[in-house]
Design a protein around this ligand. Structure first.
Ligand SMILES: [Zn+2]
Length: 265
């Protein structure tokens, strides 16, 4: 092969991989219309093990993979919550069929089982962490729900490097409206600042543990500098949705593929 031919092939390979990479993260060719509804899927555990709890909070990896395959095949593009709010507030374009994949609590199985599937699809996700229990267990569920290991810092860093976004799910996973205002304030503010410091990335979103929030909590969340609060209210979102309570679509382990398709409509 001549030098000239070699350089041409190298250039073609380079451009090809750039186009492939961009298309898996931010496709440039088709753009979502501004008024489109945006679904935020809500997952918790992605695990095959029944000792990790019932199907209310646990989706077996095989089902998760079928769901991700469905999204891929039907032209969905995963986006971050920052991309969504920038689209609504600043008119920044989003790819066609945008969707946010979110996971609450930060279970280790998100790394073990969900992460390889997300990577295979070229998908991103947003994980809401409980700061004080990182590397430990879901202490807030003690005596009520199955005990499961949570993500460690090295696992979080590896996922962050790939492009997974990490946001706040408070420090200790309390019912925010049932603790003293000063304690709620600490849960809201310190989880944000600690995560930002540890991961060197902005933390602009908080998912309320148990979906529990009220006007006082809304005020603290706004004052702490979050762009939005994420609820467990069922539904999809558009630019007019209340930012203090963005809605989600709960995905449980007993959702059939036909239910999954209907939930996205
Ligand atoms: Zn939670």
């Amino acid at each position: 092969m001549t030098m000239r031919k070699f350089l041409w092939s190298a250039l073609v390979v380079l451009i090809g991989s750039l186009v492939y990479f961009r298309s898996s993260v931010v496709p440039v060719f088709s753009v979502a219309p501004p008024g489109d509804k945006i679904p935020i899927l809500m997952y918790h555990k992605i695990s095959p093990y029944s000792f990790h709890g019932g199907l209310g909070l646990r989706v077996p990896p095989e089902l998760f993979e079928r769901q991700m395959n469905y999204l891929k095949k039907h032209g969905y593009h995963t986006v971050s919550l920052d991309q969504v709010t920038d689209h609504w507030d600043k008119g920044k374009p989003l790819p066609s069929h945008p969707i946010v994949i979110s996971m609450d609590d930060g279970y280790e199985d998100n790394y073990t089982f969900a992460f390889p599937i997300l990577k295979k699809m070229g998908f991103s996700a947003t994980i809401f962490l409980v700061n004080n229990d990182i590397g430990g267990y879901n202490l807030w569920d003690a005596g009520r729900m199955a005990r499961s290991k949570l993500l460690s810092w090295p696992q979080i860093r590896a996922m962050k490097q790939y492009g997974i976004s990490f946001q706040s799910h408070t420090l200790t996973h309390p019912h925010l409206t049932k603790i003293k205002p000063a304690a709620a304030q600490r849960e809201i503010c310190e989880s944000k600042t600690q995560l930002e410091k540890a991961l060197s990335m902005p933390v602009n979103f908080i998912a309320y543990p148990y979906g529990d929030s009220d006007v006082e909590i809304d005020k603290m969340v706004r004052q702490a500098g979050y762009k939005a609060g994420i609820s467990t209210n069922q539904g999809q979102n558009n630019a007019g949705t209340d930012r203090r309570r963005l809605k989600r679509i709960r995905i449980t382990g007993d959702v059939s593929m036909s239910d999954f398709k209907k939930l996205l409509i």
